[in-house]
Design a protein around this ligand. Structure first.
Ligand code: MG
Length: 157
């Protein structure tokens, strides 16, 4: 078995859609990024790549390449899963923590888990997403942006 950890953070920006684990969450701001800014999927991809010792998301999808501009991060997640499957890794489970002062994510958590399970070819029980605030402290607390942590466990067949 192999464990992997991922972290990502993005700044809020007016006039962008907020996309988290492929779900559009209604909010006054979205996340600034070259891609769609899906902070959950980016942290998850880095955890998956980390567990497999396959570098990081920026290695495969550089943010200076036009083809990745505003790209749906679910496409990136599926490509990362292809890399893992090619090496005969299976995901045991993924646990994700989102840091955000706002908006409240609980109403969207189920839809997010469904998307990730679909892209990773897993059951919903293998994925957990939880959200927390930082009690008003730091850049999360000031609503400057959002961050996410992900931990995954892989089985090598
Ligand atoms: Mg990112």
């Amino acid at each position: 078995m192999r464990i992997g950890h991922g972290f990502d953070a993005h700044r809020f920006e007016m006039g962008r859609r907020l996309i988290l684990a492929g779900v559009e969450v209604p909010y006054s701001m979205g996340l600034q990024a070259h891609s769609d800014g899906d902070v959950i999927i980016h942290a998850l991809c880095d955890a998956l790549l980390g567990a497999a010792a396959l570098s990081d998301i920026g290695h495969y999808f550089p943010d200076n390449q036009a083809i990745f501009r505003n790209i749906d991060s679910r496409i990136l997640l599926r490509r990362v899963m292809d890399l893992l499957h090619a090496r005969h890794y299976q995901v045991v489970n993924a646990d994700i923590t989102v840091l955000a002062e706002a908006p409240k994510l609980a109403p969207y958590r189920q839809a997010m888990c469904v998307n990730l399970a679909e892209d990773m070819k897993l059951t919903i029980e293998q994925i957990n997403i939880k959200a927390t605030t930082t009690e008003g402290m730091g850049y999360i607390g000031r609503k400057e942006g959002m961050a996410a942590f992900a931990v995954v466990l892989l089985n090598s067949a």
